[in-house]
Design a protein around this ligand. Structure first.
Ligand code: GLC
Length: 473
């Protein structure tokens, strides 16, 4: 079986969010299970020169974008034993960022079309094309319209994965003639609420639609989570399922991670104390070994649940022996609030604004507790990394948080959870965790259980393989 995995970002080449982690690790897990899997992504200018130097040029082709004909260079690279194709067009991709431009729709219409056009020019004809998020949502749309009567393409099946339903690729209808070049009778596929909606088009056209956790697959049928797409998903429910992401357990391994202060594993969890002391020093917090230290690593945006934190943090810090080490950047309101708390409680609360991967690792290793109270979370990666590093997650029961963290009240679970999106429920849960922390033996057992949680791709890669096989029956 041959799978072409289409992503707008993939590690180690380019990353802005969790999709890059998945596109950098799932293909490797599939290859291990003898599935032929290659990845295709844009050749961004921001890819490091070292990686660019390692690529080989295969050929160049001409890609239609409505009435335009655009150059597309095809490059090949290898990472983790997987072949990555990088599609080059400097007009579209020689920019400082991955997304956020006035012509994003055209840039990714080009990319999605080029994915299909390149197939006749490389030595890999996929049985399945697996697309992700709105940036490659047009590939299944083009395949089932413009390419449907071409012999070469007729047996290819498509899977579309929603990583976050909030970002759908919504544009004005003028896009249809000017950028998409879809035939008149196909336009209803991508129209939604009087706009063009690329994600909706992929939901219509792909043979299977998946999302990144079973709970999120249920949640997005509900208007509270669906950002307007619940109706269309309900109609297409028969092809929707949720498969929980895994993490690259070799890349995130406290026993070998060179970015943390001291390596440790389940047999030496007491060495986490060294990491904690150093982390406290790094963040200018007093080095108190017995005060529970809470880590947060996150984009500082609304859906991550920071409204809840803002509502009760002052009260928590004023009354509890607890410390926080926070890393993240995002909305001004949260950055300002965290700065204010750091000024008011310098011995208890410290924040670094920005995204600094090395510091993130140090927080996972050095913190006792990891707070992630998301309003919605399709899958979430940080809670899985926190578990692997023995930092006990406190999460709201939503999406992938619900599917990877269970409450330890029963002495089986690996974290602390709360149900409603309510600040005092979160606060009570933090108090439960702080209380649990006082019981040293019980806490050590919890850390070991957390570190033993299986968040590798083992189970999920097999689920994808089952899904692919189903399609080829
Ligand atoms: C998106 C989601 C996140 C998920 C990631 C990878 O970034 O917001 O929850 O973990 O995609 O699927």
């Amino acid at each position: 079986m041959k799978v072409l995995y289409v992503a707008s970002e993939a590690l180690p080449f380019a990353a802005s969010g969790g999709l890059a982690d998945v596109a950098g690790s799932l293909p490797k897990a599939l290859r291990k299970r003898l599935i032929g899997c290659r990845v295709v992504m844009p050749m961004y200018d921001t890819i490091s020169q070292e990686l660019k130097d390692s690529m080989t040029f295969i050929t160049s082709i001409c890609v239609p974008v409505a009435w335009r004909r655009q150059y597309c260079g095809i490059f090949e690279a290898r990472a983790n034993g997987v072949i990555y194709y990088l599609l080059d067009n400097q007009y579209y991709f020689k920019r400082d960022n991955l997304y956020g431009y006035y012509d994003d729709a055209e840039r990714f219409a080009f990319f999605s079309r080029a994915v299909l056009e390149m197939l006749e020019h490389i030595d890999f004809k996929p049985d399945i094309i697996h697309c992700n998020d709105w940036q490659s949502a047009l590939t299944p749309v083009f395949l089932s319209t413009i390419y449907s009567d071409r012999d070469f393409y007729k047996d290819i099946k498509t899977v579309f994965t929603i990583h976050n339903i909030q970002y759908q690729g919504t544009y004005g209808k003028e896009l249809i003639a000017d950028v998409l070049g879809l035939p008149e009778d196909a336009t209803s596929l991508i129209e939604y609420n009087n706009d063009v909606n690329l994600m909706k088009g992929a939901i219509e056209c792909a043979n299977k639609v998946t999302t990144v956790s079973p709970s999120y697959a249920e949640e997005i049928l509900d208007p509270w989570y669906s950002h307007g797409l619940d109706n269309i998903l309900l109609m297409r429910r028969f092809k929707l399922s949720g498969i929980l992401n895994g993490i690259d357990v070799d890349g995130y391994d406290p026993s070998t991670d060179s970015r943390i202060y001291k390596n440790y594993d389940v047999n030496s969890v007491d060495d986490k104390a060294v990491n904690k002391a150093e982390l406290q020093k790094d963040f200018n917090l007093p080095q108190k070994p017995d005060t529970p230290l809470v880590g947060i690593v996150s984009r500082l945006v609304g859906h991550k649940g920071f409204d809840l934190v803002r509502a009760v943090l002052d009260e928590l810090l004023a009354t509890t022996d607890i410390q926080f080490a926070v890393l993240g950047s995002g909305e001004w309101q949260y950055e300002a609030f965290f700065n204010e708390m750091a000024n008011k409680y310098p011995d208890k609360f410290a924040v670094k604004l920005g995204f600094i991967p090395d510091v993130a690792r140090k927080i996972y290793a050095g913190s006792d507790i990891f707070l992630m109270p998301s309003k919605s979370e399709p899958c979430g990666l940080s809670q899985m990394v926190a578990l692997r590093y023995g930092s006990i997650p406190i999460v709201r029961e939503t999406g992938g948080l619900r599917d990877s963290v269970s409450d330890s009240g029963d002495n089986i679970g690996n974290g602390f959870t709360f149900k409603s999106y309510n600040a005092h429920d979160m606060l009570a849960t933090i108090h439960r965790a702080v209380q649990g922390y006082q019981n040293k033996d019980g806490w050590r057992q919890l850390v070991v259980r957390a570190m033993n949680s299986d968040n590798s791709w083992n189970k999920s890669a097999n689920e994808y393989i089952r899904l692919y096989k189903d399609l080829l029956k």
